[in-house]
Design a binder for this molecule. Structure first.
Ligand code: CA2
Length: 436
């Protein structure tokens, strides 16, 4: 993806070509834009060309550019001479800023001689007419080394710590989205198994990541709980769930988040938007169990019954949920009652590992499935588990675990970078990887 340059224009520049041609020439702003696009296109730069009469809008665009751009070319027009707020916004940007004025402001009225923006500008062009814009773009192209990798692209180093994660699709998902966003983005797998380390190495690995400038870490089995005492702060969700899968490392602080529940919730909303949700059964209360149950209740499932072979695990997840949602919405059932609870349910969510390539099989007897029961999985390897295959053959509505894997990554990417990723693009990439 080409580096992006924001070309921002302040008040009254929309009148260009229509008034005061002696000062500003006859070219319209649309013509200036076309010329900027042509120049940028030839130099391998992408352009966002904007004009506004409002100071606050200009500031919002500078904030947007902060996250996406490799440079700004700005003609702040009259705000040049008045706006500390625009100077402050530009000061937060880490890339070069070029200030452009069509007229030679130093030849004009005294009040136009001072520019607040020049303090932060890497260069100022004035008096070259509208050619000033293309001169600034050409210079930026040289600085960014455009037509090749940009030395001023923002860089992010992140990773995943866990056991047996070699086949994870998360690194590719993040890296491809990072590249599409014009970032230098590296996602390292830190596999405890490959390194011959136990979960007790977590503290040392986080410290090392911090020292090496990692922007964040995803954390998976078996460290989602044991990471918590190593953190400075937790998001409300992570605290409520007692599990962390994303750690943001910033300003010497480690903040834990849980994006697993968001992953399930988004996948469910997209994949089964209109299913009945009066009563749902969740199989499994370990691993991602508490995040999925939390997501289910957030997605308006009226009543959730949790069943796990370890009764105390189911009870503890249910108690956590009862503290956050209405107690009547959660219950625990014994595996012996499975047939009766399924018979009264609209849907079934499997969060047990049964169905994974490593643990093939069905997590419940096939005879308990029926066509009007919807079935959701969180497993994505394989994408079609035996449970989904059996349910589909019966005519059940089904949801695979691929979307959950993508959406947990979508939210983690946003937390690591502060940049909103393109979820549709990540879903497409995931589908393409899974088809191979
Ligand atoms: O010379 C420039 O580019 C300026 O930034 C333009 C500003 C002015 O306040 C600065 O001092 C210098 C004004 C832009 C107004 O644009 C018009 C264009 C055509 C007709 C009337 C205004």
């Amino acid at each position: 993806m080409n580096p992006i340059v924001y070309v921002l224009n302040g008040p009254n520049l929309n009148l260009l070509g229509k008034r005061q041609p002696k000062i500003y020439g006859r070219e319209t702003l649309a013509e200036v834009e076309a010329e900027c696009r042509r120049t940028a296109g030839e130099l391998g730069l992408a352009i966002e060309f904007r004009q506004t009469n409002a100071e606050s809008q200009l500031i919002d665009w500078i904030h947007e550019a902060r996250e996406r751009a490799s440079g700004i070319v700005i003609n702040p027009a009259a705000f040049t001479h008045t706006s500390v707020a625009i100077l402050d916004a530009l000061n937060t940007c880490e890339f070069p800023i070029f200030e452009v004025h069509i007229s030679n402001i130093h030849q004009r009225e005294e009040f136009r001689h001072h520019s607040f923006v020049s303090r932060v500008a890497a260069g100022v062009i004035c008096g070259f007419g509208t050619q000033g814009y293309t001169l600034a773009i050409q210079h930026l192209a040289r600085l960014t080394g455009s037509r090749g990798a940009s030395p001023i692209q923002r860089a992010f180093l992140v990773g995943l710590i866990g056991t047996g994660i070699r086949a994870s699709r998360t690194p590719a998902l993040h890296e491809q989205e990072g590249a599409a966003q014009g970032l230098r983005y590296i996602y390292k797998l830190i596999d405890l198994e490959t390194l011959g380390l136990g979960a007790d190495a977590l503290a040392e690995l986080i410290k090392a990541a911090e020292r090496m400038g990692f922007a964040g870490l995803n954390i998976t089995h078996p460290c989602k709980q044991s990471v918590i005492p190593l953190l400075d702060d937790l998001s409300d969700d992570a605290r409520a769930l007692g599990a962390v899968n994303t750690v943001v490392l910033k300003d010497g602080k480690r903040v834990g988040h849980n994006t697993d529940w968001f992953g399930f919730a988004e996948n469910f909303k997209r994949g089964l938007p209109d299913v009945a949700r009066d009563h749902v059964v969740q199989l499994g209360a370990g691993g991602a169990g508490s995040a999925v149950a939390h997501a289910a209740l957030t997605c308006d499932i009226k009543k959730l019954t949790i069943i796990d072979v370890a009764a105390d695990r189911a009870k503890s997840v249910a108690e956590g949920l009862a503290a956050r949602f209405n107690r009547d919405r959660v219950s625990v059932a014994a595996p012996a009652d499975l047939a009766a609870v399924i018979a009264a349910a609209d849907g079934l969510i499997n969060t047990t590992p049964i169905g994974m390539a490593k643990y093939p099989g069905l997590p419940l007897p096939a005879a308990l499935l029926r066509p009007d029961l919807w079935v959701a999985e969180i497993i994505y390897f394989p994408m079609e588990t035996e449970l989904l295959r059996t349910a589909r053959a019966l005519g059940c509505r089904t949801l695979d675990g691929g979307g959950m894997a993508v959406f947990q990554a979508v939210e983690a990417f946003r937390l690591f970078t502060g940049i909103k990723p393109d979820a549709e693009r990540m879903l497409e990439h995931f589908a393409a990887m899974s088809a191979n």
